[in-house]
Ligand binder design. Structure first.
Ligand code: ZN
Length: 257
């Protein structure tokens, strides 16, 4: 696949070198890099998961990334939010993250929003190709799920708490697929954030890395993604487990459309 369009390549010599190791992969190749260059992804949440996620996507040839986070950097973030240093404390995460990933890949287009993602601000995702949820609270997750169904965008979701992680791909751009609410509608009472709980820094890195992997696979239509599946990661016992997510016919979010 990667040699078929050699006479039609839009990549510069610099790009061919920069993305050489991806071009050598049969699963990506030159065609894949050219396709990624046309894509626009929204990353919501620039914390422990969002930082490595933004790094890997920015260096992988994605054309445009919109970073959405209303938080400022605090000392307690530095253990796992690897884009920030002590010099960044008190500054907005999206400002520092956008500067850092632009330095990593100067051709990347980066937009930022410091507005908290909710129903009223959700139209920011209407023109993107994919949304990645790297937030840490239930109410924002449900707002992201509803917005991606409304605007028909694929949603990739990752979470990490203590030594356990979860990753899933929700094809909210397709009809008759399970959504986040199909999975979690019955546990609203457990709506917690990691604010008062510990989290292993390397786990957030692993979840961010898997999210970046799934994003590229979905954008390039590779098979065997986590579509309608939930990957459960247990770092304490180093166990990875996949469970299938089934559409809830009574789900009040995805069945309304
Ligand atoms: Zn649903």
């Amino acid at each position: 696949m990667k040699n078929e369009k050699k006479n039609n390549i839009s990549l510069s010599d610099e790009d061919l070198l920069r993305y050489n190791k991806h071009i050598l992969l049969d699963e990506i190749g030159i065609d894949g890099i050219e396709l990624l260059n046309t894509k626009h992804i929204a990353i919501i949440g620039l914390g422990g998961i969002g930082c490595p996620l933004a790094q890997y996507l920015s260096t992988s040839g994605i054309g445009t990334i919109t970073l959405i986070d209303s938080d400022i950097i605090e000392e307690t973030n530095l253990q796992r939010q690897v884009l920030y240093t002590g010099l960044d404390i008190g500054k907005y995460k999206v400002d520092i993250a956008s500067t850092k990933i632009k330095k990593m890949n100067p051709k990347l287009n980066v937009f930022t929003s410091k507005l908290r993602f909710c129903k009223d601000t959700s139209k920011i995702i209407r023109n993107v190709d994919m949304v990645i949820d790297a937030t840490d609270n239930f109410s924002t997750r449900t707002a992201i799920n509803a917005a991606t169904i409304k605007y028909k965008k694929p949603l990739i979701m990752g979470a990490a708490i203590e030594m356990q992680g979860q990753i899933s791909v929700f094809r909210n751009d397709h009809k008759d697929m399970p959504c986040y609410n199909c999975l979690y509608s019955d546990i609203e009472d457990q709506a917690t954030s990691c604010m008062n709980q510990g989290v292993l820094s390397s786990l957030t890195g692993a979840v961010g890395s898997i999210l970046a992997t799934e994003a590229i696979k979905v954008l390039l239509s590779m098979s065997e993604t986590l579509e309608s599946k939930l990957l459960l990661i247990d770092f304490k016992n180093m166990i990875f487990r996949n469970i299938k997510i089934v559409k809830d016919k009574k789900c009040c979010v995805c069945n309304e459309l």
